[in-house]
Design a protein around this ligand. Structure first.
Ligand code: 0A1
Ligand code: ZN
Length: 871
């Protein structure tokens, strides 16, 4: 092994900062071959920390060039300070002083996309979590909050737009074609919320009047060619601002709110104070180039970043172990916003599906960690589904346990108590305790214990006394470093239904013990329990339903989410039987009850199309894998394909009728109903195509060429591209390329469609695509489309029995790790699941992980994931 082991940071080692930075003045001289940064930091010792004699320690990337350092105007020479691995130490500094520091950066060579870098010719920054230390030396930790004033100087012609946090307060130009703008942000903030942008950008401008009557200028910047794709984000922003006033009583607090779209970005978007920077994929939207899913993502992410202004910026995290304080809460807020703007039940189904598929898998893998992790090597690896999505579920449970009114009082108290502070998840829960008078200490285990709890439910009914009892046992499997788990406190929403669907009881149970019995009196007949309604807690629930009971719930449950869930449970059970049959060489079959149930659903024109589309989707191969004792990729694939084709063939007429019912010829609109109709229509088309019959190829081709929107066009393209009609597939892929080659985001879709094509020769195809002129290995969106598309959406080929898919991914990781460690570590995820697979593949995957461990000089990001996977 050649890489040296990065050190581990522990939550229990937290110490408050010895030095505070009250004011930070920055001046950036942006040039083509370098950027000079002059930082003036007003530093004072922290009165809350007694050890005043501690040296000043500033963090700064090991590769950053330090040009000059002075204290109160006195230049320091190399003997006055120590510089070692990411840290600059100065002993014997006064109680309070101004430190000036000049660094030289090479943004055009920054391929990691952390700190200051270039995206398509424009300068931009990404400082969360630890990017600011790549810009200048600083106590780069979220509990050091400072008031920033920033001046940008650049060539006026190339970079007419110069942006930073806060309000512009001054500007000017010289005779040599350079100009400058100074920005002042009155709100103290941690360095991770700093941002700048310089470029030749087009602008969509609007206005918002806050509840208290203040005017806010709203500006969304993008490349000129994308100016027509900003309206939807603008509307989403205004909706989010109104919603946060209505639902949380939170107003915006600056005169300007800016969003900038950049094409090179490691994540979705970033909530920098007053200057959000967005991945183009999360802000640009136009009916002709964006799918319905894309529109919903834009709406959700715009809202998410806006909501961070309070949950994250005004009140921030004390340290990075508290990341879920801002992320879990903000995801909960954006999910509720999206639920209010669209269909609440469908939003819940989508979120729970993601959680069950990907977060549960994370919880069961080598990188499992609590919502508040206890340690990390590289914090970038902890922007996870656990911190975000499970974290949001934890906040949702508080909302459920307290009820909406108390929860709102709790959030008001939290914002009021901690405005301008850097705090912990304990502080958040404490506010909820204060307003409710409840003891939530047991509840806090949700923050400290990893793993997905399991509830085992059984029941009994005494017809003579009318007494029905539910017995609930909870347990949680071990996870890395946590052998034994204590019982959780959780809300269990329950309904009891009579055979004919009448609701006999509905209410909320609270679970706190390892085993608990709940008793219901005056129950007239043996009920069917509807358990964990709305997915009231992020757990796996077992109850021994009969098929008939599930079919009854699918028809009658008054909880929309549980209606859907009953259908899914039934499908999962039937699929699991077929998976076993396939493994044992038994002929596969499809239950006639399921077929009849689906027929009824398909014929019921009164059902909400969006909901119906959810009910008629089989659980994904990824979800079936998560549920499997041991993953057998081909058995899962064959069983699911068998069931899908059977349901396609026997219900062919019904699928066609549904297609026609939803194919209204209406012009495109993004309202929830129209989106629902399109999702059902395209699902019907998918089943029709699954019959393999030629008339439906014609229908798909027709839809492809006649549609006025990307949702329908892309759905048709991917169905044809993944079919056995290879000639038409190639023809449409080529046509699509010619039509959209100048739209980078559409080309990402084109790459994913081909990367996820299950037909033979997939690896050769992705290798060819990697050489295609539209592919750019420095662009994370392109990498996610091609590599993520192949490894995540093409299981049969990624898991090819000869191990070629694994070797291909490992080759990419080793190459990318030198260029962009964050992205490399993320793309690595599928290999981390090696222990869950059957022995042949498991060994092949392990072999590739070992190869990475042995042969390369690994980044901390990749080292952490690889080494933990091999443990
Ligand atoms: N705070 C952002 C997510 C984010 C995190 C890290 C980044 O760079 C490494 C970028 C964005 C959010 O939750 O939206
Ligand atoms: Zn966030």
């Amino acid at each position: 092994m050649s890489s040296k082991q990065p050190s581990t940071i522990y939550l229990e080692d937290y110490q408050p900062p010895a030095w505070l930075v009250t004011h930070t003045e920055l001046r950036f001289e942006l040039e083509e071959d370098q950027t000079l940064v002059r930082a003036q930091l007003s530093i004072q010792s922290n009165p809350a920390v007694s050890d005043r004699r501690k040296p000043l320690e500033l963090l700064g990337d090991a590769g950053m060039e330090l040009c000059r350092l002075s204290i109160d105007g006195q230049v320091l020479d190399a003997a006055d300070y120590q510089r070692e691995a990411g840290c600059l130490r100065i002993a014997n500094v006064p109680e309070s002083f101004v430190l000036e520091c000049v660094t030289r950066l090479l943004p055009h060579e920054n391929t990691a996309l952390e700190g200051l870098y270039k995206s398509d010719g424009m300068f931009c920054t990404q400082c969360e979590a630890e990017g600011f230390r790549r810009i200048t030396f600083f106590p780069d930790r979220p509990d050091v909050m400072s008031i920033f004033r920033t001046t940008l100087v650049a060539d006026k012609q190339r970079y007419p737009v110069l942006l930073s946090n806060g309000n512009p307060v001054d500007s000017g130009e010289d005779d040599e074609g350079r100009h400058w703008v100074t920005w002042d942000d009155p709100w103290p903030k941690p360095s991770y919320l700093f941002a700048l942008v310089a470029g030749d950008l087009a602008l969509l401008e609007d206005q918002y009047t806050t509840a208290s009557g203040r005017e806010v200028a709203l500006r969304i910047y993008a490349e000129r060619k994308d100016l027509d794709k900003l309206d939807y984000a603008m509307q989403a922003l205004k909706d989010a601002m109104r919603w946060d006033e209505d639902v949380y009583g939170r107003e915006y607090d600056l005169d300007i709110y800016m969003i900038v779209a950049v094409d090179f970005f490691n994540m979705g978007a970033m909530e920098n104070k007053g200057l959000n920077i967005f991945n183009t994929s999360c802000v640009l939207a136009h009916p002709q180039t964006t799918t319905d899913q894309g529109f919903q993502r834009v709406e959700g992410v715009v809202a998410h970043e806006y909501f961070h202004n309070w949950s994250g910026n005004r009140v921030t995290c004390r340290d990075w172990f508290q990341l879920s304080l801002k992320e879990g809460f903000t995801v909960f807020r954006d999910a509720e916003f999206s639920a209010d703007m669209n269909s609440r039940t469908v939003k819940r189904i989508e979120d729970v599906t993601l959680l069950r598929t990907a977060q549960f898998a994370e919880d069961g893998g080598p990188m499992a960690h609590p919502v508040r992790p206890e340690s990390y090597m590289e914090i970038s690896n902890f922007y996870t589904l656990t911190v975000y999505e499970k974290g949001a579920e934890v906040v949702r449970m508080l909302h459920t346990l307290l009820g909406p009114e108390l929860f709102r009082q709790g959030s008001d108290l939290y914002f009021e108590r901690h405005d301008g502070q850097a705090v912990t998840t304990d502080d958040f829960v404490a506010a909820m305790e204060t307003v409710s008078g409840r003891d939530l200490s047991q509840f806090k285990r949700w923050y400290s214990q990893a793993g997905t709890p399991r509830l085992q439910v059984s029941d009994s009914f005494d017809a003579a006394t009318g007494c029905y009892q539910l017995k609930v046992r909870q347990s949680c499997p071990p996870s890395p470093g946590q052998e034994h788990k204590q019982p959780y406190h959780l809300p269990l929403a329950v309904g009891l239904l009579a055979e004919d669907g009448r609701e006999l009881f509905a209410g909320l149970l609270e679970l706190t013990e390892e085993e608990q019995v709940f008793r219901f009196d005056n129950i007239s007949e043996r009920p069917v329990p509807s358990l964990l309604r709305g997915f009231s807690a992020p757990v796996k629930l077992d109850y021994d339903y009969t098929d008939a009971q599930l079919l009854m719930l699918l028809r009658h449950d008054t909880d929309g989410f549980n209606r859907w869930d009953a259908g899914q449970r039934l499908c999962i059970r039937l699929l699991q039987t077929q998976i076993r049959n396939h493994q044992q060489g038994v002929a596969l079959s499809c239950s006639s009850e399921l077929i009849e149930a689906w027929r009824n659903l398909l014929q019921d024109a009164s059902l909400d199309p969006a909901m119906l589309a959810q009910c008629l989707r089989l659980p994904s191969e990824a979800q079936l894998s998560e549920l499997a004792e041991q993953i057998d990729v081909s058995a899962i694939h064959e069983a699911r394909e068998f069931m899908r084709t059977t349901l396609a063939q026997v219900l062919e007429q019904e699928w066609l009728q549904v297609y026609q019912r939803c194919d209204t010829g209406e012009t495109y609109s993004t309202d929830a109903e129209a989106m629902g109709r399109r999702s059902l229509k395209n699902l019907a088309l998918a089943y029709l195509m699954a019959t393999g019959r030629e008339p439906w190829l014609e229908l798909a081709r027709q839809q492809y060429s006649q549609s006025d929107n990307m949702t329908d066009q892309l759905a048709a393209l991917s169905l044809v591209a993944h079919s056995d009609f290879r000639e038409t597939a190639d023809e449409l892929l080529q046509a699509f390329y010619l039509q959209w080659q100048h739209e980078s985001l559409v080309m990402n879709q084109w790459l994913s469609v081909q990367a996820s094509d299950p037909s033979a020769g997939a690896l050769a195809r992705v290798n060819q695509l990697a050489e295609h002129p539209i592919f750019d290995a420095r662009n994370p969106n392109k990498l996610r489309a091609l590599i993520g598309g192949f490894c995540g959406q093409n299981p049969m080929h990624f898991h090819a029995e000869d191990g070629s898919g694994y070797a291909w991914l490992a080759d990419w990781i080793l190459r990318l790790d030198r260029q962009n460690p964050q992205v490399a570590a993320r793309l690595l995820t599928p290999l981390t699941r090696w222990k869950r697979h059957e022995p042949v593949r498991s060994a092949l995957m392990q072999g590739q992980l070992q190869r990475m461990m042995d042969t390369a000089e690994l980044s901390a990001d990749v080292y952490e994931v690889v080494s933990k996977s091999l443990m």
